[in-house]
Design a protein around this ligand. Structure first.
Ligand code: HEC
Length: 246
């Protein structure tokens, strides 16, 4: 249920012309603000200027606010792009994000206090926040750039899901009219669901390239071999292999 909402959300973003992970865009807000709090906080500590302390505090507060949508988008991207694969960088990111949340909440609270102990602790906490934020970025980069991890994620759930989604679009555009729900509106005795033509990708390709009776043929110009593979994945996933439902 939630997963289908997530997919609908990414479909919507895609429709707007934004195919990239939103977390990657949003993450600049909390990271930049943590950096701001760190620089201004230490500048305030060194110069003793109240203005700088206040600016640092506002940065930390805003970083805390932006952390929520950023984490939410991170979780959604993880489901959508990584299929929820439980790999080390993800575990580290979840832990560090929890840590950053606690630190930012604590430092925002202390920054409102005027006693000397809080004043001294705050820049140190900004530094810790920055270290944790850098750690989050480092593990994020492992997810995106580390070939081994990318391979592990791909193995956890092969591209099937992405191409299955492509298959679903191709089905909707070319087949659903005659085969709604895997049936057959032209010849009820020849439903798509459970058809022997679903036994293998070759048999399937044979059916769409050279159908025997009333079904129109789909030459490579209308459905490429690549698309046919995605379509096959979708059709067998949605309507089951020959002889039964999945
Ligand atoms: C204009 C209607 C129509 C469209 C569009 C259509 N089909 Fe068919 N399909 C049929 C009919 C009629 C049959 C019965 C056998 C035949 O005519 O070849 C059939 C048969 C099939 C079968 C074999 C069922 C059996 O009896 O074993 C498969 C598999 C199949 N279609 C898949 C597809 C796919 C995939 C698409 C989209 C790329 C598609 N069809 C588009 C009408 C259609």
């Amino acid at each position: 249920m939630i997963l289908s909402w997530i997919e609908a959300f990414y479909g919507f973003l895609n429709g707007l012309g934004f195919p990239d992970p939103p977390h990657a865009a949003l993450v600049h807000m909390p990271i930049g603000l943590v950096m701001g709090a760190f620089v201004l906080g230490w500048a305030g500590r060194i110069t003793g200027r109240e203005q700088l302390f206040l600016s640092a505090r506002d940065c930390a507060l805003l970083a805390l606010v932006f952390l929520f949508p950023t984490v939410l988008m991170g979780l959604m991207d993880w489901q959508h792009y990584y299929r929820g694969a439980w790999v080390v960088p993800i575990r580290m990111k979840l832990t560090l994000a929890g840590g950053l949340l606690v630190l930012l909440a604590l430092v925002s609270f202390l920054a409102f206090r005027r006693d000397r102990a809080s004043r001294n602790a705050v820049p140190v906490l900004y530094t810790l926040c920055l270290v944790v934020a850098v750690g989050l970025g480092w593990f994020g980069a492992r997810l995106v750039y580390d070939g081994k991890i990318v391979a592990a994620v791909t193995a956890a759930e092969p591209k099937a899901s992405a191409s299955q989604a492509a298959g679903e679009r191709i089905f909707a555009a070319n087949c659903r009219g005659c085969h709604p729900g895997g049936g057959n509106v032209m010849d009820a005795n020849r439903p798509l669901a459970g058809s022997p033509a679903l036994k293998s990708p070759e048999a399937f390709l044979g059916q769409i390239r050279h159908p025997r009776n009333l079904m129109p043929a789909f030459p490579p110009a209308s459905i490429s071999d690549e698309d046919a593979k995605a379509l096959y994945l979708y059709v067998t996933g949605a309507f089951g292999p020959p002889g039964g439902k999945p």
